[in-house]
Design a protein around this ligand. Sequence first.
Ligand SMILES: Cc1cc2nc3c(=O)[nH]c(=O)nc-3n(C[C@H](O)[C@H](O)[C@H](O)COP(=O)(O)O)c2cc1C
Length: 323
Amino acid sequence: MENLTFFEIAKILISFAICAPSGHNSQPWKFQIVGNTIVISPDFSKRLEVVDSSDKELFISLGCALENMQIAATNYGYLSEYDYTDGKIVVTFTKSDNCAVDTLFGHIKERHTYRGSFTGEKIPQERIDALKSIDNGNGDCVRIFESGTPQADFICRQISEGNTIQMSDTAFKRELLSWMRFNKKHIAQTHNGLCYNVLGFPATPQPMGRTIVKMALNPKSQNKTDDKVNASASHFCILCSNGTSKKDYIALGKTLERVLLTVCGSGLSYNFSNQACEIPELTEKLRSELGISNYPAVTLRLGYGHTPKYYAPRASVEAVMEE
Ligand SMILES: Cc1cc2nc3c(=O)[nH]c(=O)nc-3n(C[C@H](O)[C@H](O)[C@H](O)COP(=O)(O)O)c2cc1C
């Protein structure tokens, strides 16, 4: 490790950054190594125009990638800081003899979004308190509600209302379908997207898969699936940003990634149920009903799950690097 140049270390750091989650596994990022910095840029060719027209989730995803990169840097003895200017995140690295390795480092590669129902077991309060204490330093970012409480029931109703709106929207469904990957060959062509094996479906030829999924994309069927997962969750977590700028979403993404790594690192599981945060009128309802003064941006379910058989694919480091 001692003999590696910064360029070589930077490529390793990028390999950790791209393990981050992203909406529809779109991986909307590009990286450039310049001197002792890595520049992270949004890849707008991966925008989710319909579900994320304001690029909120895109910048949250960039924040997750940034957090992975900064955590990984500590393992190689680098302190880092970042700045968001001219639409890009510039991360500056400084070699240090006093750099403690971030304890979340070991969980970056094992983190995954759990697909399926939870076991129903309750998460102990001390674990919930540990998650609540993760913050971006600016305020009240991580709210957690226990299943069965009026607040959690309200969140479930908003998820359901969100499904009814999204699954009745042809443009939403068309976009979602365009990110579905139906067989191995399809995955190998893209290295991104929502993959049949990760979601627990059998492989099918693309036209057949599209037809089957199209039939399943309706409010009734989606609500049936989500009701089952909601009922099995131990807690619901809403992550809130301090404002609505790109900078705020990047900061929230960093906090989100720390929450997700802590969840996976403590033997818990999570999945996203972001419908209500993707529809402004429902987000507003979440705010008023739950007494949230900042901005709900991500909803997670928490619980105990099982080890997945398949992980979501990623494009190679080379594919996301710019000259
Ligand atoms: C901001 C954001 C929003 C997301 N929203 C949803 C969602 O509403 N439903 C869902 O099933 N997954 C959602 N995801 C999870 C992605 O689909 C997942 O991260 C991606 O498929 C990669 O899989 P992995 O997290 O297992 O690596 C979201 C991820 C991010 C970062």
